[in-house]
Design a protein around this ligand. Structure first.
Ligand code: MN
Length: 436
């Protein structure tokens, strides 16, 4: 079961009595993403986005409006319990929410449980136990590899192993929380020894976050045919990177302080159920590439394991915002530029018996298109900083400056269905703080 069933919750004719939902760029009634929000003068609680509003799931559960099993998972201040539900219970909750928010008979009962998203503070969706970052964007891997190894951009393992590393969960923060420019070691090419100072090559990485649902016991791998059961949904994810620190520190054990100072996750979890109509075939591998090893091969996953999602990244500088200049679009491209499917990275992660837990986060790795218009990092867009971008208003950027704000957006589209969006993944850069 790669694709959850397409059902009445996806019906393009279904509308909501929450009027802002109808025609909403991100959150029509066909989407129903989960997040954790704090309403004005209230504590953090699970909610579902509907248009410009958020429905308080804790209140709906307390009022007896949700299926029993799901209701008990909506009591806390994180989505871990909800993510631990079986796909069948998750579907029951989605079906119920779709009815509650489309049938005007429930308007009077639910209106007191609705909050304006603009007045609410979004939190991390889960208590993230573990975070792992992959490297499935083959054009990103090639572009970056080419900067270091012009003749041999991809290492020989790339087409066999979904490459990844264990990231740092504690510094994954919700969108909206500013990013403090990190200090660290870098070694200028002309000097013999490294220096310790704020990064001069601060970059973003356009990624999708993959949320783990049902976990697996230590020692019990997840077969590729079961991987979809363990994936709750996707969110936009910005894996901030200090390229100068990365270049100096990454050998021989891989990414460390260049990556773990901050990562920004978008607040809304777009569920696997909501994304069902937007699944498409995983692109065929180029001639001459090896087929995936059998434990990573599943015909259904190849047929429906990718998503018709368009990703965009915008930059606005402090000066642009002061002058009222719109954010500048840095890139736009499809999410299909992933060499491995999300099912394959989940199966690979657990293939040695490593246990994944509900609410764990996987990053796909930077998703870049083959063409410049769809490059997912400044490292690629500015050719390693050698070709700075000219921004509206006249400023130039090779890497990010203090006050710069990065906003990521995504939308899923398919003929015959209402498009659904991912909300925004937004954060601004603050000046470095001297470690004294
Ligand atoms: Mn990354």
């Amino acid at each position: 079961m790669t694709r959850p069933p397409i059902d009445t919750t996806h019906d393009p004719a279904r509308t909501s009595w929450v009027e802002s939902a109808n025609g909403h760029r991100d959150f029509p009634v066909q989407n129903l993403p989960y997040g954790v929000f704090a309403p004005p003068d209230g504590t953090a609680r699970p909610g579902v986005a509907i248009g410009d509003a958020i429905l308080d799931l804790r209140a709906a559960a307390a009022a007896g409006l949700l299926p029993e099993r799901a209701a008990s998972a909506c009591n806390g201040d994180a989505l871990n319990a909800l993510m631990a539900l079986t796909p069948e219970h998750r579907r029951a909750l989605r079906n119920r929410l779709s009815v509650l928010l489309s049938d005007a008979a429930y308007e009077a009962a639910l209106t007191p449980m609705l909050y304006a998203a603009a007045d609410s503070v979004m939190q991390l969706p889960t208590r993230i136990g573990d975070y792992t970052d992959f490297y499935v964007g083959i054009h990103h891997a090639s572009n970056v590899g080419r900067q270091f190894r012009p003749d041999n951009p991809l290492l020989p393992n790339y087409k066999y192993v979904p490459i990844g590393y264990h990231g740092r969960a504690s510094s994954v923060r919700p969108a909206g929380e500013p990013v403090v420019r990190p200090y660290g070691q870098r070694k200028p090419p002309e000097s013999a020894a490294p220096i310790f100072e704020p990064t001069q090559r601060l970059d973003y990485e356009l990624e999708l976050g993959v949320w783990i649902g049902e976990g697996n016991a230590l020692g019990a791998p997840i077969p590729i045919g079961d991987a979809a059961r363990h994936i709750v949904g996707l969110s936009l994810f910005n894996d901030w990177s200090a390229r100068d620190f990365q270049a100096w520190e990454y050998q021989p054990l891989g990414p460390f302080l260049a990556k773990n100072f901050h990562s920004t996750i978008a607040p809304w979890v777009i569920t696997a159920e909501a994304l069902s109509p937007f699944r498409i075939a995983q692109p065929t591998r180029p001639d001459g590439d090896p087929p995936p090893l059998p434990y990573l091969w599943d015909a259904d996953d190849q047929a429906l394991g990718a998503f018709d999602v368009t990703l965009e990244v915008f930059l606005s500088t402090a000066a642009m915002r002061a002058k009222g200049i719109d954010a500048f679009r840095l890139s736009r491209g499809p999410a299909t530029n992933m060499y491995w499917t999300i099912a394959q990275i989940v199966t690979h992660h657990a293939s040695n018996g490593c246990n994944l837990n509900p609410g764990d986060l996987l990053g796909t790795g930077t998703i870049s298109a083959p063409d410049r218009e769809g490059f997912g990092s400044l490292l690629e867009l500015t050719a390693g900083g050698t070709e700075p971008l000219l921004l509206p208003g006249g400023e130039r950027r090779a890497f990010l400056a203090d006050g710069d704000e990065i906003v990521m957006r995504a939308v899923a589209k398919a003929d015959g269905f209402v498009p659904i969006g991912f909300g925004e993944c937004r954060a601004v850069i603050l000046p470095a703080r001297c470690p004294a």
